[in-house]
Write a protein that binds this ligand. Sequence first.
Ligand code: 13P
Length: 286
Amino acid sequence: MPVVSTKDILDRAFEQRYGVAAINIVNDLTLEAVLAAAVEAKAPVIIQTSVKTVKSIGLDLLFAMWTELTRDISVPVALHLDHCPERDVISACLKKGWNSVLFDASSLPVAENRRQTIEVVAEARQYGASVEGEIEGIKGVEDDVGSDEESNRQSLDIALDFIRSTHVDCFAPAIGNAHGVYKTAPKLDAERVTAIVEAEPIPIALHGGTGLTPEQFADLIARGCAKVNISTALKVTYMKSNLAFLKEAEAKNKWDPPSLFKHVRQSVLDMAKGYMLQFGSGGRAW
Ligand code: 13P
């Protein structure tokens, strides 16, 4: 079961109330390690790319890495473009073969956001791709996109109208969650997830996964957060495992790049697999 639609992955998870890890990768090593984690856990997984990663690696090379690494994969996987306010990058990724995009027009007035999201959904449908939408900025800057200011939450009626009029496949509400490392324990408005899902059964994207507790994950997944975004944990794991290995290499004066790659890959794999099992997606591959 190689590459499938993001909607297929999320609709199943939503119906069966487990969470799919949607993990931001930064290069070939982290892409391969997260895919290997999904294979070990027998879990569906969503691989996310930020606009920054798309631009730094390059669309063609990044997609070639994805195609090669998923060619014979045994679990359902999908490629997703995370927070993207740039319509030309959305179009380029959809055309290339990304399975879904998060059109982030949260800085625009809701009416203009809705108008453009309808266009993005129509564009995505031409390629069989899915769209995640949002009407409030998720607090915290994620790979240069976003703001540290918490944006105003919209009313339930406005959120439902946005979901129904745009036909997005997944919705990302602000519930007190934030990208990056939480400075204090977040107070989450989990009831907001329930209110949306009860009125409109749509898979909810939980942003700012790094730093939430197992209890918060379990509660939010049970309420309908089928997509659980993890980015900071991968960056921290990647950097710290490099650092630890390099400190030891320096102490021993032993410099072997393949050993470094092996060490870092294992750390990223363990981190990713841990989340997949925690979210209940282990063994859910079909
Ligand atoms: P974290 O960086 O807090 O894990 O959040 C990831 C995210 O929501 C990506 O959109």
